[in-house]
Design a protein around this ligand. Structure first.
Ligand code: BTN
Length: 327
């Protein structure tokens, strides 16, 4: 590992304290000049590192493997963390290495350079100020159950974000606070010879971004936990809360084959329930409908204008825009 990332890892572990030149020089491996250069490299690469007269410190808490391991060691799932300094996408990494990864492996990165959003969109994350994680699962489920993973993840995410504000779910995969998008979910599946090998549950959360980190055109649609609460967010605490919720819903569902706990939460917190929506599907005119329910398969049940019975929407096939805002 290069000296700058070695120092970054040490800074993360001791946040918010200063890693002093005196401490570093005790090892005598490098000169003060080397350490200063390495801190400057981190600073220039936009990592939240501040250099002081006696050393350097992190201005924002960042994801730590050891803290996460400690915070989640009583959960039923054996979560195991792989934290990469910089990778294009945690989902792509998990899919590429899928055969070598086991159930409960969680990929995280400080800097995701080519994050993927739903419907082929880009997902940008600010260095050290947003959470990008992917959970690897090898569940023994039928492909028909796949939409339920989106509901399960949305329920767990919404629950863990309630600490920071009135989190709501915009079906199927956006979490909003004060009507602005705070987090998104992208689930990708891995098939081999038509057989489902498993899933990658990708979650992006805007934690410590400030308004400068957003494109101006996005500021009325997206926000961060820090902007909504005026507090610095500890990503490790948030991830641990999310994984605890995920663990509990996942295990209950596997044991009972009953998804009602997380489906009920999704219904309760959905901004779309009872709303008039436009349903956009590829190569078709948008159609107006009213949202009636989420069924036990995790599908949104809508009543199209002019029709008398409800129709399920598959979460992966449609994009929905509300007619009347989300409040
Ligand atoms: C969306 O709202 O469109 C979904 C965004 C999902 C982003 C996360 S960040 C971690 C994981 N890796 C990716 O490349 N995408 C997901």
């Amino acid at each position: 590992m290069t000296l700058d990332f070695n120092l970054l890892n040490r800074l993360i572990e001791i946040y918010p304290n200063v890693l002093s030149f005196n401490q570093l020089l005790k090892n005598d491996m490098h000169s003060k000049h080397d350490y200063l250069e390495a801190f400057r490299t981190l600073e220039n690469r936009q990592f939240p590192v501040a250099i002081s007269s006696n050393g350097a410190y992190l201005t924002t808490p960042m994801v730590s493997r050891s803290i996460l391991t400690q915070l989640t060691n009583t959960l039923s799932m054996n979560f195991s963390y792989i934290v990469k300094e910089i990778i294009p996408s945690t989902n792509s990494f998990a899919l590429e290495k899928f055969s070598t990864l086991k159930e409960g492996d969680v990929i995280l990165t400080h800097h995701q350079t080519k994050g993927k959003g739903r419907l082929g969109r880009e997902w940008s994350s600010s260095i050290g100020k947003s959470v990008a994680l992917s959970i690897v699962l090898h569940p023994k489920v039928k492909p028909e159950s796949l939409p339920l993973f989106t509901q399960l993840t949305a329920a767990a995410l919404c629950e863990s974000l309630k600490k920071y504000g009135d989190a709501k779910i915009k079906w199927p995969n956006d979490i909003l606070i004060n009507k602005k998008k705070i987090a998104g979910i992208l689930i990708e599946s891995q098939f081999q010879d038509n057989q489902l090998q498993g899933l990658v549950i990708g979650v992006g959360i805007n934690t410590n971004l400030t308004s400068n980190d957003f494109d101006e055109t996005l500021l009325n649609k997206a926000s961060s936990l820090k902007m909504e609460t005026s507090k610095t967010i500890d990503p490790n605490e948030l991830i641990a809360d999310f994984l605890a919720s995920f663990d509990s819903y996942y295990n209950e569902w596997l044991e009972t084959q009953n998804a009602s706990s997380f489906i009920n939460l999704c219904k309760k917190e959905s901004v779309l329930m009872g709303r008039e929506i436009n349903v956009f599907s590829p190569k078709q005119q948008p159609r107006q409908a009213i949202v009636k329910d989420i069924n036990t398969q995790g599908e949104l049940m809508v009543l199209y204008h002019g029709e008398s019975s409800v129709t399920p929407l598959k979460s992966l096939d449609f994009s929905i825009r509300s007619n009347s805002g989300y409040s």
